[in-house]
Design a protein around this ligand. Structure first.
Ligand code: F0G
Length: 377
């Protein structure tokens, strides 16, 4: 049959796998590209805004795209354990894919700074959770060091297979639109995802059948990727949005004490620093920042006006895009894609804290319920 079984299977002609590779997959990818219907009118601009709803991946974030590749390759190479530092989503994804593969996952997370849903996922999948009295950047440094002394495969986005898996999101977008968008907006933390999208778009923009030489780290010139069906004429302008308290790309240098309500992107020392700058420069794009208040307001706007629930970090892409559409940096008539990196259910505490709670229970009677409804109409 033609049951969808995951992104490696679908995109195997453009991924570093062979026919004999055992695929570690949970059916990730193939996420909807949803056109916003109400927000463009609200801001009074004629633009096509699409959101790539990555929260609908198996563990609720885009990390599954990279994790299926990283764990597939780790298993192929004989690894019995994986390790990552994480602000939450990578650890949730690593835990699930390790369980699927039957190997061990170690996850280093910043104590008290990961959203509840993500912690629940890492725990229930049986990962070895190592909480550290430090932030993501400390965890990342420790993971790199410990991997030199123990037989564990790093599955953070410094693992090149992660980016190969994540590039498939841009392939799906081109397939869905029939062209590349004019602008692609993403939240930026460790900067792996913006890098991965740029790899994908750049591959597709090369004439079909031509070898990928500079963006494929695996083929050393002998790459046999067949991109014939994914050729596109142009690449989008790449725009990266950060949280104001965790915005090294705006500062132009690494920062030591990142802080933001969007804990997913609470990162001061992005690992894909050079690659993200290259994507920005080569695409003619830019970086900008949003305050925590702007991020949360956008999260609420998407839930209330479009019915789409993403986690705070994800809303940075739409919040930034709306601002840049309003100020004309993104001109009318453009096709804009914003990546919604993670599901809103990841962080129930922040969502509930945003809402006025009606905590007064009423009598369980028809009269009381009728009164309560009439009161609100
Ligand atoms: N949005 C969400 C929901 C994330 O979880 C992350 C990163 C990003 C955006 C930023 O993507 O790092 O590729 O620039 N989360 C990582 C983690 C760091 O550990 O889950 P990036």
């Amino acid at each position: 049959g033609n049951r969808y079984i995951g992104l490696i299977d679908k995109f195997k002609t453009v991924l570093p796998v062979s026919d004999s590779t055992r695929l570690i997959s949970l059916g990730e990818g193939n996420t909807p590209l949803i056109q916003l219907q109400n927000i463009p009118a609200l801001i009074g601009k004629n633009v096509d805004i699409y959101v790539k709803y990555e929260g609908l991946n198996p563990t609720g974030s885009f990390k599954d795209r990279g994790m299926t590749m990283a764990v597939t390759k780790a298993v192929e190479e004989g690894s019995k354990a994986i390790i990552c530092a994480s602000t939450g989503n990578t650890s949730a994804s690593a835990a699930a894919y390790a369980a699927r593969a039957g190997i061990k996952a170690f996850v280093l997370i910043p104590e008290g700074k990961i959203a509840l849903g993500k912690l629940a996922q890492a725990m229930i999948h049986g990962a070895e959770i190592i909480q550290i009295k430090g932030n993501f950047d400390h965890g990342m440094q420790l993971v790199k060091e410990v991997a030199e002394h123990a037989p564990v495969t790093i599955v953070n986005s410094i693992n090149p297979y992660r980016l190969q898996g994540q590039k498939t999101a841009s392939y799906e977008i081109v397939e869905a639109l029939g062209k590349a968008p004019d602008y692609h907006c993403l939240p930026v933390g460790n900067a792996g995802n913006i890098t991965a999208h740029w790899i994908g778009y750049s591959e597709m923009a090369q004439p079909a059948g031509e070898h990928v030489t500079d963006s494929c780290a695996f083929c050393e010139g002998g790459c046999e990727y067949d991109r014939t069906q994914y050729a596109t004429a142009k690449r989008p302008v790449m725009v990266g949005y950060q949280a104001a308290g965790a915005a090294p790309f705006l500062k132009g240098e690494m920062i030591d004490e990142p802080e933001t309500v969007a804990t997913a992107i609470r990162i001061g020392r992005p690992q894909s620093w050079d690659q993200a700058w290259a994507a920005q420069k080569e695409s003619g794009g830019w970086f900008d920042l949003l305050t925590d208040e702007e991020i949360l307001a956008t999260q609420k706007l998407l839930t209330e006006k479009e019915g789409i629930f993403c986690e705070p970090a994800s809303a940075a892409s739409v919040g930034g895009a709306i601002r840049d559409i309003k100020n004309g940096k993104i001109p009318e008539g453009s096709t804009v894609v914003c990546t919604l990196t993670g599901h809103g259910l990841k962080d129930p505490d922040t969502a509930i804290a945003q809402c006025a709670v009606n905590s007064n229970a009423i009598e369980a009677s028809l009269d009381a319920v009728k009164a309560a409804i009439l009161d609100k109409l």
